[in-house]
Design a protein around this ligand. Sequence first.
Ligand code: HEC
Ligand code: HEC
Length: 417
Amino acid sequence: MGHRKNHAIAIAAATIVASTTPANTEEPSGVHPGPMTRQEAFARAEALTALGRQMFFDSSLSASGKQACSSCHDPNHAFGPASAAPVEMGGANLDQPGVRAVPSLRYLQAAPAFTEHFYDSEDEGDESVDNGPTGGLTWDGRADHGKDQARIPLLSSFEMGNKDAAQVVASLRNAPYAGAFKAAFGADVFDDQQDAFDAAVEALGTFEQSSADFYPYSSRYDAFLAGKAQLSAQELRGRMLFEDAAKGNCASCHLSEPANDGEPPQFTDYGLIAIAVPRNPAIPANADPNYVDLGLCGPLRTDLKDRVEYCGLFKTPTLRNVALRKSFFHNGYFHTLRDAVAFYASRDTDPGRWYPKKTDGTVDKFNDLPKAYWGNLNTDPPFNGKKPGDKPALTDAEIDDIVAFLGTLTDADQAGQ
Ligand code: HEC
Ligand code: HEC
């Protein structure tokens, strides 16, 4: 697994569809405006960002009238959850439990569209290395862009719970920003429900590309990389262990150094990987022993359901702002950052610490991944083919050091800074 190219600049720029041709006299209209000058394109991006921001905080866009995007993606928690619950409630009566932990929405601007075969020009000079399934949004990469993703929570029965696009559009018509919506997308935008819904998710997707909100790069580690702050001795040790391929080896997936073009690190390579986090009995869906969240092969994602080699794979999240979280991994099983890190060190050397016991007293190892898929598990360091009784890749003190380092990744505008 090599270091992967950073797409931040290309993707951020791509949302602003600026034309290099001379000024076009045609008025931009409707959801798909014609060619625009650079100035017009920037003005449109700004208008859509402002609209998307209003929509993001608007609870009237939910069936309950009480849930906005920001209810789960709290701006004071890096657009992750404020609560410690592994999953949030949604639906018309806010009584339908979700099935996965709420991710932070920061540092997604650079996520490439999902692909089964990712090749990277920064891969140790070798572009022919296939890094496997990579990219996309959500824990299983099933949406490619913010505007595709935003359809999911608006219409999900356990999120904002609208029964269809028409219900969302009816709420938009009555929103205080309905006038601004028409100004941006055309006076007749509400005449066509699908156009209006497409416009709404486009505005949300554009807002998610706003750098001040979503990728400020204002952590102490960013200041350190820029030569403007120092890290403590412990944080520096943690950084070394995080990057050391024979110790934490964390940086092989959670990239921690600036890319060749100088773009700051995202702390993810967007790869989809199986690490067998313990099953979380606190998720109501898990009361059914036949329900298993297998990530890339389903059941939420349906296009790759026959690909057994993809069962158990979830997207590597950024570790920026991870210290703000109160539950960790796709199923929110762990509730302290220290446990999340310690799990890597002793998943294989001391599985009894992490997995429950079966009725016969033996450890129910990898209890959220059917045995048929165990071959999909990642075995690179820190796991490294170790077995019960072997020495873990990290000592307790080294785990503390890595946790201290992760604390430097919190953005300056966030609580606890
Ligand atoms: C009830 C809680 C809830 C609400 C409300 C909600 N989300 Fe989410 N969001 C989640 C969860 C849970 C996931 C992970 C889903 C998955 O992996 O299937 C997620 C994932 C995402 C992602 C992908 C993040 C990533 O790391 O790839 C984006 C983007 C997003 N939500 C945006 C939104 C927007 C925009 C809204 C409002 C229209 C919204 N969400 C409303 C819970 C919520
Ligand atoms: C082989 C790739 C890989 C390596 C190496 C790796 N991780 Fe991860 N990391 C992942 C994936 C994939 C997930 C999500 C897995 C899931 O939820 O099932 C994850 C999730 C996490 C989370 C939870 C974040 C959240 O938002 O809930 C933390 C914390 C974390 N990793 C820290 C580390 C540390 C510390 C190391 C080194 C000791 C490390 N990782 C090594 C791939 C990796």
